[in-house]
Design a protein around this ligand. Structure first.
Ligand code: P6P
Length: 336
């Protein structure tokens, strides 16, 4: 990837469009559509604390607009933006029971991409002013162009993704994405409404020292995960590691990618398949992780090799710096 300091996202997309093996300009338009929706959602999320003043959910706000839950608002904005640009032929979202086939006219059937999104991950954190995020995953359709999309277009393994990324609405708003040639981070200048390349070629530090897991579930984890957590806490060599858990996947992942670390959402006796969704949370984050010299596993297997069976299926998820994920695998293998 070509990158220059202070390049805008738009300039970056144009400069690197030819390096994308599927480039026909549609993917660039798709990333641009996500950029636009991210700015609209960011504006609304930044006002979240004012909801009571502006009007609570289900009421009308001072502008007389119906106040929506922010995750439904984000869902609507991303779907609307993608539909309007007539770039994709199908969308799946955490907020939608089934996938949406975009076939308002025959032209749309010519579009060859499907997008899967978690429009506002961690939205329960909004009430406590903790950062949240949007996660997206992009595939080429597998059914013939010109026909309506089917579930087969969405149930593809993560290793078929052509692009993936997230928006983190934090102390600053960032768009971080990959098209299979490294990971680049762009920070929004809210005064100008422009994303600037602030984190070129993002890479997980190989040796991480931060572990992120909800230790409140410790008693429900399997023995391999328990042993790994105790390993992180032991006073030996470069340990004990630091424990950091924001409760927002995008934020924990982003911090670990910059500082080094591992994020874990294991299965447990309470959540038999874990909590995170394979298609629009784990696969896109796994694509980013591997492109940033990290690893992402569901246990013994690579996340991106899992063949999906359901749109909203959950999987155990372990992702981050290579040394930490490989050490975890040693503990998991002891018990399998
Ligand atoms: P818990 C948010 O709901 C989310 O999907 C992720 O963003 C986050 O990492 C995880 O769930 C938090 O779950 O059970 O620890 O509160």
């Amino acid at each position: 990837m070509l990158s220059k300091k202070n390049q805008t996202l738009g300039e970056f997309i144009i400069e690197n469009q030819d390096s994308f093996q599927y480039s026909s300009g549609e993917l660039s338009k798709l990333i641009n559509a996500i950029r636009l929706a991210a700015k609209v959602v960011n504006h609304e999320v930044s006002k979240a604390g004012l909801i009571d003043i502006l009007g609570g959910v289900g009421e009308t706000n001072v502008q007389g607009e119906d106040q929506q839950k922010l995750d439904l608002f984000a869902n609507e904005k991303f779907i609307q933006t993608l539909k309007n640009r007539e770039i994709v032929c199908g969308i799946a979202s955490e907020e939608e029971d089934s996938f949406i086939s975009i076939n308002s006219n025959d032209d749309n059937h010519q579009n060859k991409y499907v997008v899967l999104i978690d429009p506002l991950d961690g939205s329960s954190n909004i009430d406590v002013n903790v950062s949240v995020g949007t996660i997206f995953s992009i595939y080429r359709r597998v059914t013939p162009v010109g026909t309506p999309v089917t579930i087969e277009d969405f149930l593809q393994p993560g290793n078929k993704q052509v692009a993936a990324g997230y928006v983190v609405y934090g102390t600053s708003t960032m768009l971080v994405y990959t098209t299979g040639d490294g990971v680049n981070g762009f920070t929004l200048n809210p005064a100008l409404g422009t994303f600037y390349l602030s984190h070129p070629n993002m890479q997980f530090p190989v040796n991480g020292h931060i572990y992120s897991v909800n230790e409140g579930n410790y008693v429900h984890f399997n023995q391999g995960v328990k042993d790994y957590i105790k390993y992180c806490q032991m006073e030996e060599g470069d340990r004990p590691y630091t424990s950091r858990y924001i409760g927002s996947l995008v934020s924990d992942f982003h911090r670990n990618m910059i500082k080094g670390g591992i994020y874990m959402y294991p299965k447990s006796s309470v959540t038999m398949n874990g909590k995170l969704r394979l298609l629009y949370e784990c696969n896109p984050m796994a694509f980013l992780a591997e492109q940033a010299n990290g690893l992402a596993i569901g246990g013994k297997n690579r996340i991106m090799d899992i063949q999906p069976t359901e749109l909203h299926q959950r999987v155990p998820f372990f992702c981050g710096s290579r040394n930490m994920v490989e050490k975890l695998q040693e503990f998991l293998k002891k018990y399998h």
